[in-house]
Design a protein around this ligand. Structure first.
Ligand code: C5P
Length: 313
């Protein structure tokens, strides 16, 4: 299937993300909620190596402590396989791909690891198969695969509306220092959204919200200024309360971080990863040591970083 001039293996890399702000609006008829979110891509990466093959396969490795690969499917339900198949169908490519993915983003952790796999796979297969789609076409395909896939392609800092997939880049300055507390279990994104709906039903008598979700202007100002203390004051996630309801232990993790020098902590996306914002690199290192001493699995990351890109080996 390999044509003259095509590479036999393509290596791409896509980042995980933190939602530094996430407001959830109404449940739509398509089962998705309207969102307003500010994404930051962070330096935990999924590395995809795509080899020419006749069928579609994926295998995973990880060099990152605290990453549990046991729950990751490798059949057709895997998002990377779905991404490769979607690209083949869309472009009429009649071969397959063998994917090897080195995972560094927590599994089912609310940091968009599966979405990063899909984004890096779209880019890798586009190059491997010489299908030559534009960035916009890849973004459109990404949105069909999942709400966070377009952002994993784009990277940097962006505001997401709609399902979270309608992106506009946001200005950001400097580098933010994060310490991430990983859980040894995952949370199901649909379950966390459904818990939020149930909560609204219990407390408001209906699921619908009164307001259109919007990203707080203070968040955009703090990102633009590169000011972690200001960002810490305005970080927010509507999915935090339902994630805490499903996993009450996350409350202690949040407290522990804030007692040990974090400017603020927030559940990342639908959780259970908790993202702590540190004042600077020294603060992040101290926090990492303190949380490790409390027997939490922690990793450090910085943001913003680039979106999906080709790696020259
Ligand atoms: O798009 P993705 O596969 O990441 O979404 C997983 C699930 O999360 C959806 O099926 C839906 O239940 C929920 N979701 C939502 N509203 C969004 C994004 C995700 O309700 N904007």
């Amino acid at each position: 299937m390999t044509s003259v001039g095509s590479p036999t293996v393509v290596h791409t890399r896509a980042p995980g993300k933190i939602n530094v702000f996430l407001a959830v609006g109404d449940l739509q008829d398509d089962g998705y909620h309207e969102l307003a979110t500010a994404y930051q891509a962070v330096s935990l990466y999924e590395d995809v190596r795509a080899h020419a093959a006749n069928d579609f396969t994926v295998r995973f490795t990880s060099s990152q402590a605290g990453i549990d690969l046991s729950g990751v499917p490798t059949d057709d339900s895997n998002l990377a396989i779905k991404a490769a198949r979607l690209l083949a169908e869309t472009t009429g490519y009649d071969g397959g791909v063998s994917l090897s993915i080195d995972k560094n983003v927590p599994v089912a952790g609310g940091m968009g690891g599966g979405s990063a796999d899909a984004a890096a796979t779209l880019l890798a297969c586009d190059i491997l198969w010489n299908t030559g789609l534009s960035r916009d076409e890849l973004l459109r395909l990404g949105a069909k695969l999942g709400a966070d896939v377009p952002f994993a392609l784009m990277g940097g800092t962006a505001v997401g509306t709609g399902r979270g997939d309608e992106l506009s880049p946001a200005l950001a300055q400097g580098t933010f220092q994060w310490v991430l507390a990983l859980a040894d279990y995952g949370l199901s994104t649909p379950e966390v959204y459904s818990e939020l709906d149930q909560h609204r039903l219990r407390h408001q008598g209906e699921i619908t919200t009164v307001r259109q979700p919007r990203v707080d202007s203070g968040v955009l100002q703090a990102l633009r200024a590169g000011d972690p203390a200001r960002l810490a004051d305005v970080m927010y996630n509507d999915l935090q309360a339902p994630a805490l309801h499903l996993e009450p232990g996350l409350g202690e993790v949040l407290e522990l971080g804030e007692q040990n020098g974090a400017l603020a902590g927030v559940v990342s996306g639908s959780g259970p990863t908790v993202a702590f914002l540190a004042p600077d690199l020294d603060g992040a290192l101290e926090l990492q040591i303190a949380l490790s001493a409390a027997r939490l699995d922690v990793v450090r990351a910085t943001g913003p970083v680039h979106g999906a890109r080709l790696i020259a080996d």
